[in-house]
Design a protein around this ligand. Structure first.
Ligand code: C2O
Ligand code: CU
Length: 480
């Protein structure tokens, strides 16, 4: 798609957002969707031991050409890790990149020192081996680098993978068959198929970060997926740097939303669209009839009527993502359960601690990330109310942000004072915060106490995160 340069006045002059016009009608759905392989663990005593190696490679992304990229255990993206509640995992992460990186387990409730954030760098040549016991309900988690200042580049070059916490949930769950990962990313390519990285960092071309005109799903360009059962579960992950997707089918067929970021909803909720800002996930179960073909599409987010905002969010672009081809004969799937074994939602008590966070012009509460400053101290296991406001002064129509908190799950209490729609009432760890809007969250913290190692909260538009829209909190039973 031809890139349109959309001007916006900003600090230091003109900033530009590459706002492609979408790709509808341009794809032919030629390439079978790649399914990231499941990584088999080694059983080490009572622990499951996984091995990830981050390194450079040449990826087959565009037909007939090679893209220098980074991946885990391969040239682009990484394998899918899978474990159950109660499993103790060890993950040996080896860094064969020319630069330091880190590996963060997004959505995992684990001790802060195992979190893989900016305080756990892995030097080139080194191996980091975090270990923890999985203690949370099933969900679609993911892993990606988190070194302060280089997260946008490392993720964009290809470092990301899924981490599934699974259970017997009576939903379609045969990985790659009726349980299909859909990792959404947008890219810009040079003519020689190298990644165009212009705009990756704030202060470059874009106010939200890089928006690409080429969509990859699980690293597959122009993809189709064949389904063989009457119901298929899709695990959607927005692993893009800045693009916001509003995902639904081109024929508006209903999808049953069964999970948000951090786990299952109490019951399936029908929806025709689900909006995902960077870092967010959702699981949907969709019915197909034999022989049909239908396209999964990202529509312009209908959330906000402001055209400038829509452009910054990449929302003026309609993108075909993936064609679903139903086999000529479909195996019947059991009906969806009426209720799902969801965890009780985080519910704040009457005296819950309340905190406020103001997302300003690339600051949180007026400051940028400082590795030695602790911004908040929280009691282990607490449920608090966090109010996050996008103050959005710049440019005049505001900048979209989102908010991710490490080591927690939260319930969205309200968005601009209104209860969120039913399909967004599930457990989450990342939430979109539109310009000039307050989102209130009931945040449940994990029970690990550590007075020395902080967790992060931050905007997950990666250029914003790298520019310093990040703060640190300790979960600790006493101050030190
Ligand atoms: Cu997905 Cu702090 O990150
Ligand atoms: Cu932001």
């Amino acid at each position: 798609a031809a890139a349109v340069l959309a001007p916006a006045v900003g600090v230091g002059g003109w900033l530009y957002v590459s706002a492609g016009r979408g790709n509808v009608g341009e794809l032919s759905f030629r390439n079978r969707l790649r399914i990231p392989p499941l990584l088999p663990p080694r059983v080490d005593g009572r622990r499951l031991r996984f091995r990830l190696t981050a390194g450079p490679g040449l990826a087959d992304l565009l037909p007939g050409r090679r893209t220098p990229a980074w991946g885990y255990n391969g040239a682009y993206l990484g394998p899918t890790l899978r474990a159950r509640r109660g499993d103790t995992v060890v993950i040996d992460v080896e860094n064969r990149l020319p630069v330091a990186t880190s590996t963060h387990w997004h959505g995992m409730r684990l001790p802060a020192i195992m979190d893989g954030g900016p305080h756990q760098p892995i030097a080139p040549g080194a191996t980091w081996s975090p270990t923890w016991t999985i203690d949370q309900p099933p969900g679609t988690l993911w892993y990606h680098p988190h070194l302060h200042g280089s997260t946008a580049e490392h993720v964009y070059r290809g470092l990301a993978g899924l981490f599934l916490v699974v259970d017997d949930d009576r939903l379609p769950s045969e990985y790659g068959v009726d349980d299909v990962p859909v990792v959404l990313q947008d890219k810009k390519f040079h003519d020689d198929a190298a990644f165009d990285t212009n705009g990756l960092t704030f202060g470059g071309l874009s106010i939200t970060g890089l928006l690409g005109d080429t969509i990859l799903v699980n690293g597959t360009y122009d993809p189709f997926v064949e389904v063989t059962r009457t119901l298929t579960r899709f695990r959607l992950l927005n692993a893009s740097n800045a693009r916001v997707y509003d995902v639904g089918f081109a024929d508006n067929r209903p999808m049953s939303v069964v999970a948000t970021d951090a786990g299952l909803l109490p019951a399936p909720v029908p929806a025709t669209r689900i909006m995902l800002s960077p870092g967010e996930r959702a699981e949907v179960v969709v019915g197909f009839t034999a022989g049909e073909r239908v396209v999964l599409r990202s529509h312009p987010p209908a959330l906000h009527a402001n055209p400038v905002y829509e452009r910054f969010a990449g929302g003026d672009d309609t993108f075909d993502l993936l064609q679903v081809r139903a086999a000529a004969r479909l195996e019947p799937a059991p009906p969806l359960p009426d209720t799902l074994a969801a965890e009780d939602a985080a519910r704040p008590g009457p005296n819950a601690t309340a905190r406020t966070f103001v997302l300003g012009d690339f600051t949180i509460n007026g400051v940028t990330m400082d590795h030695v400053r602790i911004d908040q101290i929280v009691r282990p296991g607490a449920v608090e109310v966090w109010a996050v406001t996008n103050a959005g002064g710049f440019p005049s129509n505001g900048v979209p942000h989102n908010f991710h908190i490490h080591g927690v799950d939260f319930a969205v209490l309200d968005v601009a004072g209104a209860r969120p729609p039913a399909h967004l009432r599930g457990p989450k760890d990342t939430v979109f915060v539109p310009p000039r809007t307050t989102v209130r969250l009931a945040v449940r913290f994990a029970g690990y106490s550590d007075p020395h190692h902080p967790y992060m909260y931050h905007c997950h538009f990666l250029a914003h995160e790298d520019a310093g829209m990040m703060g640190q909190f300790l979960v600790a039973s006493e101050r030190t």
